[in-house]
Write a new protein. Structure first.
Length: 190
């Protein structure tokens, strides 16, 4: 479910039934794609994997012994068809854990680029937090404006001059005050 619903965006834009739900849903999804990676989640990037018959090993660039445990159910994504899905951890070491996978070729250690993710149970539903909902709506409105305005540029209110920066890093900076308590520490680097 999107953080901003089609009905909320339709109402905020005042477009009535002029645009289809599918068109507005694209903008809601784009707002989520911009916002959600900055929010703290219970997941860790997977940098590589290997397999030996029916045992898959996933590798991390940080000590995971205090994050994951044997018997824990995790959701693996973007790590290859044999690894993806909800899996149960069968072994944990300092920088890797093992899971049962479907039988196949033995594959040596090799990198995953872009990184995959191992996600454990989530404790926060960002779609229920008003500050996150507002931030998502503001980003969706900015994306909509960039798509509809001439040359994809926003206009400043005081001078009516085009701004070439509507879809730059300032897009999230506009809502950083709203999302500050929920920002992932890794998203604040740089």
């Amino acid at each position: 479910m999107s953080t901003t619903t089609v009905a909320e965006l339709r109402s905020a834009l005042g477009v009535g039934t002029l645009y289809s739900d599918a068109t507005l849903q694209e903008v809601c999804d784009a707002a989520d794609n911009v916002l959600l990676p900055f929010l703290w989640k219970n997941d860790v990037p997977i940098i590589a994997h290997s397999s030996q018959s029916t045992v898959g090993t996933l590798y991390f660039d940080q000590d995971i012994r205090d994050i994951f445990y044997v018997g824990q159910s995790v959701t693996i994504a973007n790590s290859g068809s044999r690894f993806n899905g909800t899996k149960t951890i069968t072994g944990v070491s300092e920088y890797s854990f093992t899971i049962a996978i479907t039988a196949g070729n033995n594959n040596p250690y090799h990198a995953i680029q872009p990184f995959g993710t191992a996600s454990a149970e989530t404790y926060t539903d960002y779609t229920t937090i008003p500050a996150i909902q507002t931030a998502s709506l503001l980003i969706a409105e900015a994306i909509w404006q960039a798509r509809q305005a001439p040359s994809g540029q926003g206009m400043s209110v005081d001078g009516f001059t085009p701004s070439p920066f509507t879809m730059s890093n300032t897009l999230v900076a506009r809502v950083r005050g709203l999302i500050a308590p929920y920002l992932a520490p890794g998203s604040m680097v740089g």
